[in-house]
Ligand binder design. Structure first.
Ligand SMILES: Cc1ncc(COP(=O)(O)O)c(C=O)c1O
Length: 378
């Protein structure tokens, strides 16, 4: 992969050192251009609002097929949504609940899905059970098995967790859930764009995500996958004018059509640079090299998984004697390195998002900075 050439097409990578794709992925010019062109047409008055809207609706109506093709789903299983949180709302609000129904989540959920589950508990009297994840897939599955009771209705899990970047054994978890008659809802926003995701192969019922992180698409784009069979149990939040028997019945309003022009451009871009497999291989190599370079620095501890099958491009670490916020601020202020502190788990540390577009020089700057900071606190 010609990373230097790719980076030339990404304006947000031209200044400083960027390790925050898990917060916001830097889109290429083609994505920015697609959004700007379509919105500019409207704002400049060069087309009538009616014609613009008709064209945007037509373009948006093609998106479910494009998204489905990228993620191993069928067109009828994709609803457009603004965010992960909106997708969670569609699912948690559209299922029927009895007080005492149990929902299992992990101890590493992002505030958005966590608060959605808590809201369900407040509204419906559902019981939220938290299972601690681990780096070892067998241990995760054992803990889940133990947490299941006859009242368990739903698993709500991050496919890749936001702080330590732990990649959950999604296929095995979905198989376990299916065996026990439990539905699965996944938060995919730290997973899609990092590695290939095939939703049918994974076997989940619902998969909610935004696309502004590893997919390099604009904020305001996302989708909800609803497996065909699961559409029988999920009610739409509004009564559609014309029920069309597809997942689009779950959409809650008008999608941000011009932003989806950006999503279409980002999918083209990703395909053009080799597709999800090539992207995963490139980022995986770089993340692996960073983990071993961190291991060699005295006082630095990698807190992300050591097990290959639960690793991702998110590499979290802690420096002995320093809070995560202090490390994060020092990296930003002294070396112009964009990243963020971890806040869900202890010890607090810093989350580095290693993407396919990360350069060797960025990795070198980071390792030098961490070596300096760890040396200063020793
Ligand atoms: C795992 C995870 N879920 C959800 C979100 C945010 O969700 P939304 O798309 O609703 O903004 C983030 C953002 O950082 C995240 O990392």
């Amino acid at each position: 992969m010609d990373v230097a050439r790719i980076r030339d097409q990404i304006p947000g990578l031209q200044h400083g050192v960027y390790f925050n794709t898990g917060g916001f992925g830097q889109p290429p010019v083609s994505v920015n251009g697609a959004i700007a062109d379509s919105y500019q047409q409207l704002l400049s008055g060069s087309v009538s609002t009616f014609d613009w809207y008709t064209e945007m609706e037509r373009a948006a109506s093609e998106m479910p097929a494009t998204i489905a093709g990228f993620f191993g789903a069928e067109t009828e299983e994709i609803a457009l949504s603004m965010s992960t949180g909106e997708g969670y709302g569609m699912v948690l609000g559209g299922l029927r609940w009895q007080p005492g129904d149990e929902v299992i989540i992990t101890n590493e959920e992002h505030p958005v899905p966590l608060q959605a589950a808590e809201g369900l508990a407040d509204r419906e009297g559902a019981v939220i059970k938290v299972v601690d994840i681990d780096q070892d897939t067998d241990l995760i599955l054992d803990r889940l098995e133990q947490a299941i009771t006859p009242r368990t209705r739903l698993f709500c899990f991050s496919h890749v967790t936001t702080d330590t970047g732990t990649r959950l054994p999604a296929r095995e978890i979905c198989a376990l859930a299916r065996e026990r008659g439990i539905l699965t809802l996944w938060d995919g926003c730290q997973a899609i764009g990092q590695f290939p995701v095939d939703l049918h192969d994974m076997g989940c019922d619902f998969y909610a995500t935004n696309c502004y992180k590893w997919m390099l698409s604009p904020m305001g784009t996302g989708f909800l996958f609803v497996r065909k069979g699961a559409q029988q149990v999920l009610k739409p939040l509004r009564r559609p004018h014309e029920p069309d028997g597809t997942a689009r019945q779950y959409e809650t309003g008008t999608p941000a059509c011009m932003l989806y022009q950006g999503l279409a451009a980002s999918l083209d871009f990703m395909t053009g640079i080799g597709g999800p497999e090539a992207i995963a291989a490139e980022a995986g190599r770089k993340a692996e090299s960073l983990r071993s370079r961190f291991d060699a620095i005295p006082g630095v501890r990698v807190t992300s998984s050591r097990h290959a099958e639960t690793q991702s491009g998110i590499v979290a670490f802690a420096i002995e004697g320093m809070e995560g916020n202090e490390v994060s601020e020092a990296l930003r202020n002294r070396w112009q390195i964009t990243q963020r502190a971890t806040h869900i788990n202890k010890p607090t540390g810093v989350r580095i998002s290693v993407a396919f577009y990360t350069s060797d020089s960025e990795l070198n700057t980071l390792v030098e900075a961490i070596t300096t900071l760890a040396g200063e606190t020793a």
